[in-house]
Design a protein around this ligand. Structure first.
Ligand code: BGC
Length: 250
């Protein structure tokens, strides 16, 4: 029997949810998307998550991916989300809004990384993989043979004089109107530093810009294989559903 789970991905502009076939990593129904409320306070976001689950008629376990460090099920950072998340007990928050059910809340890049390693390019299936998602910020996940070391936050590493995500996220590329060549070189500098310190077996690069990888990959000169993510915007939802199935509560 195929195993079905439910994942939610909380983003800056939309909150998305879908049933996930945990054997294939495919969606098992149509994704539901509701605009992120403004301001995106914890209670407003949790109410939107409840709305998605009601629409989906799903009352089983749910995994929730969010762009924050989640430690002991408490949100500790808010780099690109409402500052009121800092210090929020996310288990209590979602428990109050989503009735009695199992809930796992984890960092969005950690969720996406879990999914990519399980269902993406086979290069990333074994070994010590660093998954990166390049969007508004840079999210990261360390995964060794499918096991997650959560909350790594490599996007905030200072490389040269700047925080990595301020220079090499895809938002930085858009903001500064950089060519793929110029941006690729910046990314290369960031990856070289990660390589020097962590020596992964592969980098898996996700986020919208992974679709254009043919345009920048040649400007990235590191020894570690760099493979584009394949799940695209499905990864956060799929990884969140995997996390709750595995009872992960970072
Ligand atoms: C946040 C991370 C998040 C990443 C991608 C960063 O700014 O600090 O927690 O994973 O953006 O959304």
């Amino acid at each position: 029997m195929e195993q079905i789970g439910y994942g939610i991905d909380i983003g800056g502009s939309g909150i998305k949810g879908a049933r996930v076939n945990l054997e294939t990593g495919e969606f098992a129904d149509d994704r539901i998307r509701i605009k992120t409320p403004k301001p995106a306070t914890p209670d407003a976001v949790a109410a939107t998550v409840a709305e998605i689950l009601t629409k989906a008629e799903w009352d089983g376990p749910v995994g929730i991916a969010i762009p924050s460090v989640i430690k002991g099920q408490v949100a500790l950072t808010a780099a690109n989300i409402d500052p009121s998340w800092i210090g929020t007990d996310v288990h209590e928050l979602f428990g109050r809004h989503l009735d009695e059910r199992e809930i796992s809340v984890l960092n969005d890049a950690d969720a996406a990384g879990l999914a990519e390693v399980a269902f993406g390019d086979p290069v990333a299936r074994t070994g010590s993989v660093i998954f990166l998602t390049l969007g508004t910020g840079i999210g990261s996940a360390f995964i060794t043979d499918g096991h997650l070391f959560p909350n790594t936050e490599l996007g905030h590493m200072i490389i040269g004089r700047y925080e990595a995500e301020k220079r090499a996220s895809s938002a930085a590329k858009d903001r500064e109107e950089l060519s793929f060549k110029k941006w690729g070189k910046r990314l290369s500098k960031v990856l070289a530093e990660y390589e020097r310190l962590f020596n992964p077996t592969a980098f898996v690069v996700g986020g919208g810009i992974s679709r254009d990888h043919a345009k920048w990959i040649d400007h990235v000169s590191v020894d570690t294989p760099v493979v584009p993510a394949t799940l695209r915007n499905r990864a956060g939802i799929v990884g969140a559903a995997m996390a709750v199935r595995e009872h992960l509560t970072p």
